[in-house]
Design a protein around this ligand. Structure first.
Ligand code: URA
Length: 198
């Protein structure tokens, strides 16, 4: 069994916050254990709760389109959420719920070792850069602990506010060069170092 499948079994048993009492299914995440890029959304909605898969509703269809615009599909990436169970009536996740769920996200990151983490929306951004303003940092990449973080608006924002659609589409187009850069750095780091004295 893969490390992610083992993790999914653990997550399915989690009752560490109130959200576990309301879920139909837990939504751990989906994608390749070898993915170089990890997209992190906010929380499952109704469709995700029904299917046990992330981003399968209207916001997910837009995310699929965005991935397609850079020649990727779900199989090439990993998609997760800050919280793994749907908040009742799609309310915002509470700080205590995000704290309780953080360990699962950390375990996913530890297993996948993505080179690039794309935060989708402000709750995801706040997991890594608390206090940052989305309006200021969206579309920009930052390095932290050897990993590139790239902040984007949540795809659902485009469904409510048409003017954000173009911004989200443009930000997505910056990802391939980030990924290429991250892969170059990783390759250089993996090469044996030449010692100058020889
Ligand atoms: N919105 C999210 O943040 N995550 C999902 O999985 C679906 C919608």
């Amino acid at each position: 069994m893969s490390r992610l499948s083992e993790l999914y079994e653990e997550i399915a048993l989690c009752e560490d916050c109130e959200l576990s009492r309301h879920r139909s299914r837990v939504v751990p995440g989906e994608g390749s254990e070898e993915a170089s890029i990890l997209f992190i959304g906010e929380a499952p909605g109704w469709y995700e709760d029904q299917q046990g898969l992330p981003f399968v509703g209207p916001a997910g269809h837009f995310l699929d389109e965005l991935l397609g615009s850079i020649g990727l599909s779900r199989r090439d990436v990993y998609i997760a959420n800050v919280v793994k169970c749907r908040p009742p009536a799609n309310r915002d996740p509470l700080p205590s719920e995000m704290r309780a769920c953080r360990k699962w996200l950390d375990r996913q990151i530890e297993i996948i070792q993505p080179k690039v983490i794309v935060t989708l929306g402000r709750y995801s951004l706040a997991q890594f850069f608390p206090g940052d303003s989305m309006g200021k940092v969206r579309g920009t990449a930052r390095k932290k602990e050897g990993r590139i973080y790239f902040a984007m608006y949540h795809p659902a924002a485009a469904l409510h506010q048409q003017s954000l659609r173009r911004i989200i589409e443009e930000d997505m187009l910056k990802i391939p060069s980030l990924l290429a850069e991250a892969e170059e750095v990783a390759e250089a780091e993996a090469k044996p170092q030449q010692l100058s004295m020889f």
